[in-house]
Design a protein around this ligand. Structure first.
Ligand code: NDP
Length: 292
C-alpha cells in the first residue's frame, strides 16, 4: 500500500483565499483592518523564520502585521509590551513566538495576553473553554490538523485516535478537541476515543499499532517507524526537524508511507495549516473585538 498524501500546502492556499475574501468583507463593513502583533524574543533563527512566514501569510490575505523584538533577557520588557498591545484597539491578535528564552517566565507571559487577543489559544481562559467543549480560539496546530482531516473526509467519530506528545500547544489541545461531543467542524470531527501518550507510556508501539488515526507531536525525528503502525492508518506528523539541511518530521516517512492509508508530509503537511489557522483566528479576534 502507498499512502495518500494529506496535502496541507494545497489546502492552506485555499483557506487563505477564503480568509482573504472574509477579511475584505470585514474591512468593507467596518473600515477596520485585522491586525496581528507578533512578539519575537531572543535570537532563535528557526523562530525568526516561523514569524516571517506568519507575517508573509498575513500580508497575502490583507491582515496587517507588526513585529516586536524585545531582547528576551527578562520577562519585564515583554510584559510591558503585552500590556501596551492589550490596550491598543488597533491590535486584534497577539502572538508570542515560542520557545521563549530561558530568562523569560513563559507562563506569566502567556497569561498576560488578553484572552480575546489570544489567537494562539494558549491563555488559561481559552484552554478552559476548549476543555468545556465551547472553544473561542482553537490552538492553531490542532485546528489545522482537524481541518486537514475534514478536507479528506477522514471522520474521527468513534475512531481510536492516538496522540503522541502532551505539550500544551499541540498534544493536549489535540486530545481535548477530538474527544468532545461536538467541534468546530461538526460531530463527525469530534467524538473520537483518544489515547494521549508521552515518555512514560508503556509499550508505545502496541498503543500506536491500535490507532486508526495517529497524531505524532513528540519532537523526536524518526520516533515513529513503520512497525508501529496499523495497516491503513491515518498518520499526521507534526514534528519539524532540520537534519543535514533537510526538513523531516517525527515519522519515518519512507517506511510509514508504505503501510499507512494517509500520511501528512513534512514539509507541506501540518505546518502550512498551522499558519492558515492563525489567519482565521486573527480574523475571528477582529470580529469578536468589534462586535456591536
Ligand atoms: P514538546 O517538545 O513540548 O513535547 C514533546 C512531547 O512528546 C512531550 O509530551 C514528550 O513526553 C513526548 N515525547 C517525546 N519523545 C517521546 C517518545 N519517544 N515517545 C512518546 N512520547 C514522547 O513538543 P511540541 O508539541 O511543542 O512539538 C512537537 C514537535 O512538533 C516539534 O518537532 C515541533 O517543532 C513541532 N511543531 C510543529 C508545528 C507545526 O506547525 N508543524 C507546531 C508546533 C510544534 P513528556 O511529556 O513525557 O516529556
Amino acid at each position: 500500500m502507498t499512502a495518500k498524501i494529506l496535502d496541507g500546502k494545497r489546502l492552506a492556499k485555499r483557506v487563505e483565499r477564503e480568509v482573504a475574501d472574509r477579511v475584505a468583507a470585514f474591512r468593507k463593513a467596518t473600515g477596520i483592518q485585522p491586525t496581528l502583533a507578533a512578539i519575537l524574543a531572543g535570537d532563535s533563527p528557526a523562530s525568526a523564520v516561523y514569524v516571517r512566514h506568519k507575517q508573509a501569510a498575513c500580508e497575502r490575505v490583507g491582515i496587517a502585521s507588526r513585529l516586536y523584538q524585545p531582547d528576551g533577557r527578562s520577562s519585564l520588557e515583554i510584559l510591558q509590551l503585552i500590556d501596551q498591545l492589550n490596550a491598543d484597539p488597533a491590535v486584534h491578535g497577539i502572538l508570542v513566538q515560542l520557545p521563549l528564552p530561558d530568562a523569560v517566565a513563559k507562563e506569566q507571559v502567556l497569561d498576560a495576553v488578553h484572552p480575546l487577543k489570544d489567537v494562539d489559544g494558549f491563555h488559561p481562559e481559552n484552554v478552559g473553554l476548549l476543555a468545556q467543549g465551547r472553544p473561542r480560539y482553537v490552538p492553531c496546530t490542532p485546528a489545522g490538523i482537524v481541518r486537514l482531516l475534514a478536507e479528506y473526509g477522514l471522520e474521527v467519530a468513534g475512531q481510536h485516535v492516538v496522540v503522541v506528545g502532551r505539550s500544551d500547544i499541540v498534544g493536549k489541545p489535540m486530545a481535548l478537541l477530538l474527544s468532545q461531543r461536538d467541534g468546530p467542524w461538526g460531530p463527525q470531527y469530534a467524538n473520537a476515543t483518544v489515547t494521549l501518550c508521552h515518555t512514560r507510556t508503556r509499550n508505545l508501539p502496541d498503543v500506536t499499532r491500535s490507532a486508526d488515526i495517529l497524531v505524532v507531536a513528540a519532537g523526536q525525528p524518526g520516533a515513529i517507524t513503520r512497525d508501529m503502525l496499523k495497516p491503513g492508518a491515518v498518520v499526521v506528523d507534526v514534528g519539524i526537524h532540520r537534519v543535514s539541511g533537510r526538513l523531516i518530521g517525527d515519522v519515518d516517512y519512507d517506511g510509514a508511507s508504505l503501510l499507512a492509508g494517509y500520511i501528512s508530509p513534512v514539509p507541506g503537511g501540518v505546518g502550512p495549516m498551522t499558519v492558515a489557522m492563525l489567519l482565521e483566528n486573527t480574523l475571528r479576534a477582529a470580529e469578536l473585538l468589534n462586535r456591536r
